[in-house]
Design a protein around this ligand. Structure first.
Ligand code: PLP
Length: 387
């Protein structure tokens, strides 16, 4: 086993930024109060939470009262989708639209609603992993209440035409939700200019702590609450707030906004150089998704003739952390729903590999990864029975 660790799985999760941790620590000790209490000990906690709400609102061009804190991306997605459905008057089955490449945190609630009286349509995506807004437009009908399209795909990094879809939904009077878990803090987002009604955020994808996130809810949007209980978050989400986590999320978002443009340029340059050298050095590699409209940090490709899993293990032996598909599907034998949706043949999709770069990534790390991969691929191909 190598002692050198090269972490290339930033879409699965990120390490907490030391400045984020520093900001969180006092809220475990002196500032431990419950923000819902009225005595002065709770004031610090309340101030921390409200500060974070302002930081998130500023990052989205929203108002602080439009931010609801949650336990992460999964809760935000569930709340947006099930909450809109719950607020619909009973009668004709409400119609909801999503896409074939969403995260399971969106697809599963859609599946549940389809069994409880909703009509659901799943829009296709092109072979580049991008949704054609026309395909969404064709699916909208008078009963449509919600369109949910992710901003950036977690597996292949494809970036969706969110502004166009938002405009179309607003014109049609349909609510628009976007799962921005991968995009927030990495791509510019303006909920007003992009006509977004609901937007999901997760802290651990942007160097914040795990188990905390937020849902942007445009003022005036009718939405039921998923977690019933106390009157926290102005009655929109019951449960004592995770104060240190929320403070961490706010700081993480502010840091991400400051660094976004420089970081994005640096990552894009490394990503593109990696792709070029990969194609030069390893024959029969397929780059998955769109090379331009893709996340600055996303390197996804399929190595023909081998399985992704043994390649991942070979990388792990050399201290390199990557993913053979989406993190959630690791261990699954079938190609992921995303690779299937973009029409990749199974024998190609089986050799899928996702490397996601981050703040700590250097070209030296990537160059070493290419060396290790080149050797591992020729060894695995020599043994492989895959055509
Ligand atoms: N949506 C997307 C696009 C994701 O990538 C993830 C996590 O990988 C989630 C939702 C779920 O977020 P969380 O881990 O905060 O529940």
């Amino acid at each position: 086993m190598s002692t050198r660790i090269i972490y290339l799985d930033h879409s699965a999760t990120t390490p907490v930024d030391p400045a984020v941790l520093d900001a969180m620590l006092p809220f475990f000790t002196s500032g431990f109060g419950n923000p819902a209490s009225i005595y002065s000990l709770a004031t610090d906690a309340r101030t921390g939470v409200e500060g974070s709400r302002k930081q998130l609102a500023a990052a989205l061009n929203a108002s602080p009262d439009e931010i609801v804190f949650t336990s992460g991306g999964t809760e935000s997605d569930n709340t947006a989708i099930k909450g809109v459905f719950a607020s619909c008057a009973s009668g004709v089955g409400p119609h909801l639209i999503t896409t074939a490449i969403e995260h399971h945190a969106v697809l599963e609630p859609f599946g549940t609603l389809a069994h409880t009286g909703a009509c659901v349509d799943i829009a296709p995506v092109g072979s580049n992993g991008i949704v054609d807004p026309e395909d969404i437009r064709k699916l909208i009908k008078p009963e449509t209440v919600l369109v949910s399209v992710m901003h950036a795909n977690n597996e292949i990094g494809s970036i969706q035409p969110i502004s166009e879809i938002g405009r179309m939904c607003r014109e049609a009077g349909v609510l628009f939700h976007t799962d921005a878990v991968q995009a927030f803090g990495k791509l510019p987002i303006d909920v007003k200019a992009m006509n977004i009604d609901l937007l999901s955020i997760s802290s651990h994808k942007l160097y914040g702590p795990k188990g905390v996130g937020a849902l942007y809810i445009r003022r005036g949007t009718k939405i039921g609450r998923l977690l019933e209980g106390g009157e926290q978050e102005r009655g929109r989400r019951g449960g004592t707030l995770n104060v240190p986590g929320i403070v961490g999320l706010g700081i993480a978002a502010s840091i991400a906004m400051q660094r976004m443009s420089l970081e994005s340029e640096t990552l894009k340059a490394m990503r593109d150089r990696f792709f070029d050298e990969l194609l030069d050095r390893i024959p029969d590699v397929h780059i998955t998704g769109d090379r331009v409209h893709r996340m600055p940090n996303n390197v996804h490709f399929c190595v023909k003739g081998i399985e992704g899993e043994p390649l991942l293990l070979a990388l792990d032996m050399a201290g390199i952390c990557g993913s053979a598909g989406s993190a959630c599907n690791t261990g699954a034998v079938e190609p992921s729903h995303v690779l299937t949706a973009i029409g990749l043949p199974t024998n190609v999709a089986r050799g899928a590999m996702r490397l996601t770069l981050g703040r700590s990534t250097t070209w030296d790390d990537l160059s070493y990864t290419l060396d290790v991969m080149q050797e591992a691929v020729s060894g695995l191909r020599a043994l492989s029975a895959i055509p």
